[in-house]
Ligand binder design. Structure first.
Ligand code: ADQ
Length: 471
């Protein structure tokens, strides 16, 4: 069996904090051999061109360092101030500084130069996410003939949003240098197909651009998932129970509504709190009967738009507190810190409503984890944004338009009033879907498709994939 080389911006770190994706890829790496390649997290003045290997909890990891300037242009600049907002259709929050592209490209070249000497001819390479779109081109320019796959964890943009990205044509040509491009949802494959079939000859110079030939690249949806049965076990573990007991003591029998997110403008946090405000304003029954817990640790907080989202959320939470709180009752708790998976699993299980309302999201694993953690005899209700990739998987969630805070407020009322038999029926359907789309099968199906002749048991998962015709 050929080795698997996983490449991502960061490699997994030490300790038990790894998410489902890292755990699943670790398992795949243990089955196939190979290593994980990425940035070390260190910024230095003169990085070595050679990668350093180390063993991280049994995982073979190769890392390179970057300079501060390259990293800034590549990560905070092109990746997270241009690609992230544009792919999430937030051009209003993008900072279009085309010169960041040089740093972005240069880091991809550095990754390719350090990775190439470590490769064997039959290694299969799996590249992750928008930071590394050019990597296949740079590896192929250096002579790599390996099978190379790319997985986009975030949504694929509409053509208009794509055209707003400097050098978008080169980025699309970069995608065409992969053998397989995996996306989260049918929606993303459709957006990609729309672009590939109607490529616009637009350029600032006015000269027509040649259209990109995608005939050698297969593009398909591989919806990522979690390990729902692991979350089911975790949600009744000692660590989860400890958190549940703590929380129950402060709830005094109120129903818990729970949001868990990275603090990111794509997650729709201000709109979510506003929807909760409307629930309390429109239906006095719920005052003193419900409590919203929003867990949202800061992320990418060197970027201005993230600080502004944080300020907006602070203000809205303050407003709702001022409007509804009483000396002996608070309508919400907002916690700006991350929790380990056992604590999260306990909170998920305790929550009568899992409120997952991103404005746009590749998949949203919190929705999967919430479903996995429910008590089968008394499950909570998932209120889910239509604009998360997860909405294609979880048809029996209460689906909402997160921009419409009246609708989300009404969905909250419906979820809180939902009778037990309906909650059980919906949850059983959701749990079946979470199991069908578990993260181990996701990883296996991508690799089977990328390297069919080298797969362990030859299992085909073709029937769960949605293929795009992009020839
Ligand atoms: P993210 O935008 O980070 O991921 P999401 O899928 O919701 O979004 O969460 C990823 C993980 O972070 C989950 O396992 C969750 O438990 C954890 N997490 C979130 N908030 C946390 C908190 N407050 N404390 C502790 N852990 C927390 C990107 C894309 C998504 C896509 C994933 C995976 O934006 O659309 O689903 O990658 O492909």
């Amino acid at each position: 069996m050929s080795r698997l080389i996983v490449v991502s911006n960061r490699t997994p770190g030490k300790g038990p904090a790894a998410g489902g994706l890292a755990v699943a890829l670790r398992k795949t790496l243990a089955e196939r051999e190979g290593f994980w390649f990425g940035w070390s997290g260190d910024l230095v003045e003169t990085p070595s061109s050679e990668a350093r290997f180390q063993d991280i909890d049994g995982l073979s990891v190769a890392q390179i360092d970057l300079t501060r300037d390259d990293h800034h242009a590549y990560y905070a600049g092109f990746s997270n101030s241009i690609l992230w907002p544009s792919f999430h259709l937030r051009l209003d929050l993008a900072t279009i500084e085309a010169h960041w592209y040089e740093g972005y490209r240069s880091v991809n070249v550095q990754f390719a130069r350090a990775l190439l000497p470590l490769l064997r001819p039959d290694d299969v390479i799996w590249v992750h996410d928008y930071h590394l779109i050019p990597l296949a081109t740079e590896l192929r320019n250096l002579g790599a003939r390996n099978r190379i796959g790319f997985y986009l964890h975030i949504p694929f943009p509409t053509p208009d949003a794509l055209y707003a990205i400097p050098h978008h044509q080169e980025l699309m040509r970069d995608l065409s240098r992969y053998d397989l491009v995996g996306m989260q949802a049918n929606r993303d494959v459709s957006a990609f197909t729309e672009f590939s079939e109607h490529q616009s000859p637009s350029s600032l110079s006015g000269s027509p651009l040649k259209s990109v030939d995608f005939s050698r690249t297969e593009v398909a949806a591989f919806p990522i998932g979690s390990d729902p049965d692991a979350f089911a076990r975790l949600s009744v573990s000692a660590a989860a129970t400890k958190m549940v007991k703590r929380m129950e003591r402060s709830l005094h029998g109120q129903n818990l509504i729970l949001g868990v997110d990275r603090l990111d403008y794509s997650k729709g946090l201000p709109q979510r709190v506003e929807a909760y405000e409307k629930l309390l304003a429109n239906d006095g029954r719920f005052r003193r009967q419900v409590h919203l817990l929003q867990v949202a640790p800061p992320s990418r907080d060197t970027i201005k738009e993230y600080q502004e989202t944080s300020d907006t959320l602070d203000a809205i939470c303050g407003r709702v507190m001022g409007r509804f709180a009483e000396p002996d009752w608070q309508p919400l708790t907002y916690v700006k810190r991350a929790y380990g998976q056992p604590s999260l699993a306990g909170l998920y299980r305790l929550a009568r409503v899992g409120l997952v309302t991103p404005l746009r999201d590749g998949m949203n694993l919190v929705a999967h984890e919430y479903v996995g953690s429910q008590n089968p005899a008394d499950p909570g209700v998932l209120v889910l944004s239509r604009f998360a990739g997860a909405a294609e998987i979880f048809e029996d969630a209460v689906l909402v338009n997160p921009f419409d805070t009246d609708e989300t407020g009404e969905a909250l009322r419906m979820a809180l009033d939902m009778p037990l038999d309906e909650r059980i029926a919906r949850w059983q359907s959701l749990m079946a879907a979470a199991r069908r789309h578990n993260v181990d099968d996701w990883s296996r199906s991508f690799i089977d498709r990328l390297a069919p002749s080298t797969s362990g048991d030859g299992t085909s998962t073709r029937d769960i994939l949605y293929l795009a015709s992009v020839a």
